[in-house]
Ligand binder design. Structure first.
Ligand SMILES: [Zn+2]
Ligand SMILES: [Zn+2]
Length: 333
């Protein structure tokens, strides 16, 4: 697709959002110059971050650790029993959470089109997708590649912790660091995601690997980790930071749950979950929604403004669309 065509497509399609937040969108006010501590604190304690993207994952990881995780003493040897238990648990969580979000928003359309970004529906009878169905295709990549690779990273770390091969911290040793790590992981994950995502848009890697994810221009919860296995391996490699940073197994569980369900949540296609007309839970991420439509912008996430620093930030305005529609990659998968 030529640059002119892409610009025309971008400006034409920009008019076709069903809904979008107030424009221009902004990055989280954490790394601003001069520093804005009051704004940063308001953002941190907001429903959008603490209430929807931090506390729910801390709670889920603690629930998994205490209620649904094999005894660490079993993990000293790589045996099928405990590995299978983790795999089955992860698959059940995937089916439960992504399935529930999909059915609520796209299956039974319980929120209609309120705060829904795209006017278009998920792909049906589309030859680009396995069995010509976007949801079945996305479920297949997520469950047959995503869940096994998620489990593989988790199993490797649990084996490492059980054998004393990894730097470890406990609540009793260092409660402040124990809590701080939960807060720091999403920021590290944003940096890591930018670092692996930008090269995935190099022509060869895009065509052979990343195009699988980008066939999803209209996105739903099952699109979140609908990726090629190579991309899954790169994406989950964010947890390798725990090879050097003293952590507890529950931090690794949190990190992986954040990677998986943060993506499921942010690809839901809706900005918020509404209850009686009020936004009670933040879901979608217009920052990344713009990446799925325009491809060559917003490679990271809005927690750390790497795209702003490196010139690829799309704030949703027509001016930004004109400035950024210079990609060499066509949307075809
Ligand atoms: Zn995506
Ligand atoms: Zn991409």
């Amino acid at each position: 697709m030529s640059q002119t065509t892409m610009e025309a497509t971008a400006s034409h399609s920009a008019a076709r959002w069903n809904w979008h937040p107030a424009l221009p969108i902004e990055c989280a006010p954490v790394f601003t110059l001069p520093p804005q501590p009051a704004r940063a604190a308001r953002w941190f304690f907001s429903v959008g971050f603490l209430g929807s993207y931090l506390l729910p994952y801390v709670a889920l990881s603690l629930a998994v650790w205490f209620l649904a995780h094999p005894d660490v003493a079993r993990s000293t040897h790589l045996e099928p029993g405990w590995i299978l238990a983790i795999f089955v648990r992860n698959l059940a969580l995937m089916l439960l959470i992504a399935g529930a979000l999909h059915l609520y928003f796209h299956g039974y359309c319980r929120q209609g089109t309120t705060h829904r970004f795209e006017a278009r529906d998920l792909g049906r009878d589309d030859p680009r997708f396995f069995r010509r169905d976007q949801v079945i295709d996305n479920m297949a990549w997520s469950c047959l590649s995503g869940v096994p690779l998620w489990t593989a990273f988790e199993v490797a770390f649990m084996w490492g912790y059980a054998n004393g091969a990894l730097p470890m911290v406990t609540w009793e040793d260092s409660p402040y660091w124990f809590v701080a790590l939960f807060v720091l992981i999403p920021f590290w994950q944003t940096v890591h995601f930018y670092l692996i995502h930008k090269p995935l848009h190099w022509r060869l890697l895009y065509r052979t690997v990343h195009a699988i994810h980008h066939r999803n221009v209209v996105i739903g919860p099952w699109s979140g980790i609908s990726m090629h296995p190579v991309e899954h391996a790169l994406y989950f490699s964010s947890v390798l930071i725990h090879l050097v940073v003293p952590s507890h197994p529950v931090h690794v569980i949190f990190h992986l749950l954040f990677l998986v369900f943060g993506a499921v949540q942010s690809h839901s296609g809706f900005q918020d979950l509404l209850w009686r007309g009020r936004a009670v839970f933040a879901l979608g991420d217009f920052f990344h929604q713009l990446h799925h439509r325009h491809f060559t912008c917003n490679y990271g996430a809005d927690y750390v403004p790497l795209d702003r620093w490196f010139g690829s930030f799309h704030d949703g305005t027509a001016a930004a669309a004109r400035r950024l529609s210079v990609g060499r990659i066509t949307p075809a998968g």
